[in-house]
Design a protein around this ligand. Structure first.
Ligand code: SF4
Length: 206
């Protein structure tokens, strides 16, 4: 299932890239998925180079449980789910970046995006990269409010995310990524859980 999702995601990326190249001739065009904007910049490169490594993560029991909870919560919500939103932003002279987000749950009427996360422990605060992800979804949908719903074996907790970024902020965000200004790893805990650590020259213990 994940493989099919990844293939469809890749098709979506190529289609948007083609559309932007036609619309902005002579421009450099990049397309990113939202998760690629909030993670270590090397992961995208390794995902392309070593697709089999990328799949190892999907066979882990925790990830499988997370997937099942994810599907159940989407169906129970009665709202749109796996909603694909995309927008383009000019990040520099003759450079355009398309951004695609696959939103867990989208309440179009209320302008609310909901991101569901399975976790083994409930923290007191939401994780920073999850907040970034939801804020980018808000920009994509021009939404008003985001919600992060953490589900664990001990219960669940939800957090509201506000502060839709303006286009200038998103352009700056992407500019830094395209120009190699985002460190690898982006978060100090990231290498520990990374499926590419065996092949990565930048792997670190944080
Ligand atoms: S091992 Fe660390 S630096 Fe390398 S791709 Fe993974 S997160 Fe990035």
């Amino acid at each position: 299932m994940k493989k099919k999702y990844m293939e469809e995601a890749e098709e979506g990326r190529k289609a948007l890239e083609l559309e932007l190249k036609k619309k902005f001739p002579g421009h450099l065009v990049y397309v990113f998925r939202v998760h690629e904007l909030v993670e270590c910049p090397l992961k995208r490169k390794y995902r392309e180079r070593f697709p089999d490594y990328a799949f190892t993560v999907f066979s882990k029991p925790k990830v499988v449980i997370g997937e099942m909870i994810d599907i159940a919560s989407k169906v129970v919500s009665g709202l749109k789910y796996d909603y694909v939103a995309q927008r383009a932003v000019k990040v520099a002279d003759r450079m355009v970046v398309g951004i695609i987000g696959n939103i867990n749950i989208y309440d179009e009427e209320r302008g609310e995006v909901i991101e569901v996360k399975f976790t083994d422990r409930l923290d007191k605060t939401p994780r920073v990269h999850h907040i970034e992800q939801v804020r980018l979804y808000l920009w994509l949908t021009k939404g008003f409010r985001g919600k992060l719903l953490y589900i664990s074996p001990d219960g669940w907790r939800e957090y509201f995310v506000s502060g839709t970024p303006d286009t200038e902020e998103v352009a700056d965000y992407v500019y830094k990524l395209v120009n190699g200004m985002v460190p690898a790893p982006k978060w100090k805990w990231e290498c520990k859980y990374c499926p590419f650590k065996e092949v990565c020259e930048k792997w670190s213990t944080g």
